[in-house]
Design a protein around this ligand. Structure first.
Ligand code: NAD
Length: 391
């Protein structure tokens, strides 16, 4: 079967004759990509393991109706690499991984499909540990969990960590305080005006922390009732979603959707700080990250300040304890401080500073792992496998 890999690779590149999977892996420096196929149950999945220097590759499984196999591969490579950076900068002993299941999350979910996928995850013996991501719900995660223990973010009733939002929001709150310290020489949010975009899970928990400290919140959501209810609870003011960017505030806290720092919004910002829980807020990382630096706006890189969710599920590996997860998320304050100082010292945008520091940590820890050591002392539900990979 010497020609089998060639056949597969041709099929995967049929949309673009110049697309090369191995070139992509080399460019992004991935360790391994696993293509999972089970036509009988309709499973087409790709698991990408980017880097396991620091520990097992952890990252969610996304189900999405990709327009092509190439698009799915590119997405899983990009996302898994992002997870390596996120874990590394957050001080976690985890590598980066991600999985995508190609299919319509509204019509193509079956128990057999997810259990089949769970078996593929299990076959990797803990090199990849999965979690919930876009297009997935608790029900599918439980199906996967019935075939493999290498799952995090499972319900509290099953020994997991449950809803990550309170921990994510606490990390965002501490990250915002670190930015305030940098901008104003004090991390107190008392009297600070904060424009809060979104009134969902993360935004609500964040608003309660900030309001308790005396911040004045301006809140919007595309569902006005939600925003109104939160504004009433925290003594904030309801604002129109279209007006949120141009408000005369100290801090803008995006907690809704991505791409909100873009060509249309850039000139509207009057704030000193942009720091919030939403993912992928820079529409064009390089261009808009540089523009924020040029405008003198302090920016907390999204993947760092919202790492509480990852920190929360990572705690499951050592035996979940919410207080410890919150304490670790609180360390986002120090991480953001380090990034802002590095960004200032080197005159580079904060997201570039963060990537640099993440790469440095992977390199340095990789170096010290060259030396013999006895096994690390880790217990908990996945303690045994965790031990194997972090040493
Ligand atoms: P959520 O769905 O509970 O809340 C999002 C809210 O944003 C919803 O109420 C929605 O109506 C609102 N919204 C959508 N578009 C909007 C717009 N244009 N203007 C104003 N409001 C709008 O989601 P969440 O769990 O709170 O997550 C919020 C963000 O944080 C997302 O980007 C998510 O990827 C990111 N994040 C969440 C976690 C977590 O632990 N939940 C972890 C890391 C990152």
């Amino acid at each position: 079967m010497i020609d089998a890999p060639v056949k597969n690779s041709k099929k995967l590149t049929e949309e673009n004759p110049n697309f090369s999977l191995f070139n992509q892996l080399a460019n992004y420096e991935h360790e391994q990509v696993v293509i999972c196929s089970d036509p009988e149950v309709g499973l087409k999945a790709i698991i990408a393991i980017h880097n396991t220097t620091l520990g097992p590759a952890l990252g969610g499984t996304r189900m999405w109706n990709y327009e092509s196999e190439e698009a799915a591969i590119k997405d899983v490579l990009r996302l898994s690499r992002g997870m390596s950076y996120k874990a590394a900068i957050s001080g976690l002993n985890l590598g980066g991984g991600k999985a995508v299941i190609i299919g319509d999350p509204h019509t193509e979910k079956t128990e057999a499909l997810f259990r089949s996928f769970g078996r593929f995850v299990d076959g990797l013996g803990g090199r990849y540990i999965t979690a919930e991501d876009v297009g997935m719900t608790e029900r599918e995660m439980e199906w996967i969990y019935s075939e493999t223990k290498y799952v995090t973010g499972i319900p509290k009733a099953l020994g997991g960590s449950g809803n990550p939002s309170p921990v994510t929001a606490y990390g965002v709150y501490m990250g915002v305080k670190a930015c305030a310290q940098k901008a104003y020489g004090s991390d107190s949010l008392e009297g600070k005006k904060i424009a809060l975009q979104g009134a969902g899970n993360v935004a609500s928990f964040f608003a309660r922390h900030a309001a308790k400290e005396g911040a004045k919140l301006y809140i919007c959501d595309i569902y006005e009732d939600k925003a109104k209810e939160l504004a009433e609870e925290v003594g904030g003011e309801l604002v129109d979603p279209d007006d949120i960017y141009g408000l005369d505030v100290d801090i803008y806290t995006p907690c809704a959707l991505g791409g909100v720092i873009n060509d249309d919004t850039m000139d509207q910002f009057k704030c000193d700080i942009i720091a919030g829980g939403a993912n992928n807020v820079l529409d064009d990382e390089d261009k808009h990250g540089q523009q924020l630096l040029d405008k003198g706006i302090i920016y907390a890189p999204d993947y760092v300040i919202n790492a509480g969710g990852l920190i929360n599920i990572a705690s499951e590996l050592e035996g979940y304890n919410e207080d410890r997860a919150l304490q670790n998320a609180g360390n986002i304050y120090n991480t953001i401080t380090d990034i802002l100082n590095y960004s200032e010292d080197h005159g580079i945008p904060a997201h570039v500073a963060s990537n640099d520091l993440a790469e440095k940590r992977i390199k340095t820890i990789g170096h010290i792992k060259n030396k013999y050591s006895s096994k690390a002392n880790v217990s908990g539900r996945l303690g045994e496998v965790y031990k194997r990979f972090i040493d």
